[in-house]
Ligand binder design. Structure first.
Ligand code: NAD
Length: 473
């Protein structure tokens, strides 16, 4: 019996214990479209209890770096030990293949290990006859971590681990579409964390808003849509809470005329369609030089037709369903709109009949800027390929947007491609790859794609404030 066929019971973690809530909401398996579990629906009072638990745990947690190191390492071990319990839950609620869910759990564990031993440097700015001046970093206090549904554990790990390592305590709220894996993580980590250090609750926008307006929360670390990011920035402003906002993207890919279209397709396709296209930093619009556009479209379409779409819990599945019905409807709406505006469907173009939220991997061409699927973030398995003749024009079109997360340039002349990369307005630009990141590289968007930086030492600093100590001599 798979996880999706039996009830999954997981509870909130508040103050190191299971926390009962009066209300629950349904969780749907996107591969079947059916409810398979319920999750606790945190009320404003439940949020308050979680934040108060975090505030109570804060003084001793911030003052004991050695315990923090030990606990974060133990958390990493505990997650890996519970991998087989967490993975099927994540696949059942999110839809992704089991191997991808396992990768998420491992990445979360890696974040705990990585930040366990990272020290906050104490900088000596001046040491002379008149003064000894040091710059030290301090934690902020209880932190609200709010995550989206595409990578519930990876993205929570990128925030929770550095927040705790720096000495803050945390209240984590996953998306209501994918609450169970994070609640399960909360249960697993109850065994290794001091009470109140990590509190995990589930609920929707009301619970999220209660977190962002709570007077004891000192920082909000959010990953999600631009619209919610703006609402959170406004809520934070009233109390000058610090924020890190990792928001939506509409990554352009520029394919130069000297590129090999088959190699580009083999590089772009897996990155555009990984996680069924539900990746903030995936290629989302391809600008291909007109001389190679037809060959590139055909190579991409062939890969799209071959991709194995199915239930993530079944062996051999490469692409799972879209996570939820509203998102499936949005992808269908954007593809239909493009077709109405004259786009050619080179592969896919429709939802897949039957149960679940499946959509054919779709390649569109013969369309340009001004069509919604080019201008907006589709966040699903459909990729538009737009032709260009003049490189300056392609760069201008790539930059003519409020988005600024990732981007890439592809070409055989790497120096030239790198020079074009410098002209793109994005937090991250890759040459002959896309979405390549590692724990020690910073991850950040510019313009409306984000404020603040995650990963690496920048991720740790983001959960601190500076404190200057000037000793007169
Ligand atoms: P969303 O903004 O709808 O929801 C994200 C989270 O915010 C959920 O937990 C939700 O319950 C909560 N929330 C909703 N309203 C709130 C409010 N008023 N106050 C506080 N919390 C609130 O986003 P989503 O649909 O879950 O995720 C998809 C989006 O996330 C896409 O735009 C994607 O590009 C973006 N994303 C960005 C990154 C990045 O690192 N830049 C990574 C992954 C996803």
């Amino acid at each position: 019996m798979s996880v999706s066929e039996r009830a999954v019971a997981v509870s909130s973690t508040v103050g190191g214990r299971a926390h009962p809530t009066a209300a629950h909401f349904d969780v749907v398996n996107p591969a079947t479209g059916e409810v398979f579990a319920t999750a606790p629906d945190a009320s404003v009072a439940d949020v308050d209890a979680a934040v108060r638990a975090a505030a109570e745990a804060y003084p001793s947690w911030r003052s004991d770096a050695r315990t923090r190191r030990e606990v974060l390492n133990a958390a990493s071990d505990a997650l890996l030990a519970a991998l087989d319990e967490i993975v099927p839950i994540l696949t059942a609620e999110q839809g992704k293949p089991l191997a991808e869910s396992a990768r998420e759990v491992r990445t979360m564990a890696l974040f705990f290990r990585y930040y366990a031993d990272m020290e906050l440097p104490r900088e000596v700015l001046r040491d002379d006859e008149s003064a000894y001046v040091q710059l030290v970093r301090r934690p902020l206090g209880p932190v609200a971590v709010i995550a989206p549904w595409n990578f519930p554990l990876t993205l929570a790990g990128a925030k929770v681990a550095p927040a705790l390592s720096a000495g803050n305590t945390v209240v984590l709220k996953p998306s209501p579409f994918t609450p169970l894996s994070s609640l399960k993580v909360g249960e697993v980590l109850r065994e290794v964390m001091p009470a109140g250090v990590l509190n995990v609750i589930s609920g929707g926008s009301e619970a999220g808003a209660a977190m962002t307006t709570h007077p004891l929360i000192r920082k909000i670390s959010f990953t999600g849509s631009i619209a919610t990011g703006k609402a959170i920035a406004a809520a934070a402003a009233a109390d000058l809470k610090r924020t890190t906002l990792e928001l939506g993207g509409n990554d352009p890919v520029i394919v130069l005329e000297d590129a090999d279209p088959v190699r580009v397709a083999e590089g772009v396709f897996p990155r555009a369609f990984s996680n069924t296209g539900q990746v903030c930093v995936a290629p989302k619009r391809v600008y291909a030089h007109e001389s190679l556009r037809p060959a590139l479209v055909e190579a991409l379409a062939e890969l799209a037709r071959k991709a194995k779409v199915g239930d993530g819990s079944l062996a051999g599945t490469e692409l799972g369903p879209v996570n939820n019905r509203p998102q499936l409807e949005r992808v269908a709406e954007l593809v239909d709109d493009a077709v109405r505006h004259g786009a050619t469907v080179a592969a896919g173009g429709k939802a897949i009949d039957g149960r679940g939220y499946f959509y054919q991997p779709t390649i569109l061409t013969d369309l340009g800027d001004g069509v919604r699927i080019v201008d907006e973030e589709q966040f699903g398995p459909a990729l538009p390929v737009i032709g260009y003749r003049d490189l300056d024009d392609a760069v201008a079109r790539a930059n003519a947007t409020h988005f600024g997360l990732g981007s890439s340039v592809w070409g055989e002349d790497v120096e030239r491609a790198a020079a074009v990369a410098e002209r793109l307005e994005a937090g991250m630009t890759w040459v002959n790859t896309h979405t390549a990141s590692s724990l020690d590289e910073p991850f950040a968007g510019v313009k409306w794609s984000g404020i603040g930086v995650e990963s690496g030492r920048w991720g740790l600093k983001g959960f601190t404030e500076f404190h200057l100590i000037h000793q007169a001599r």
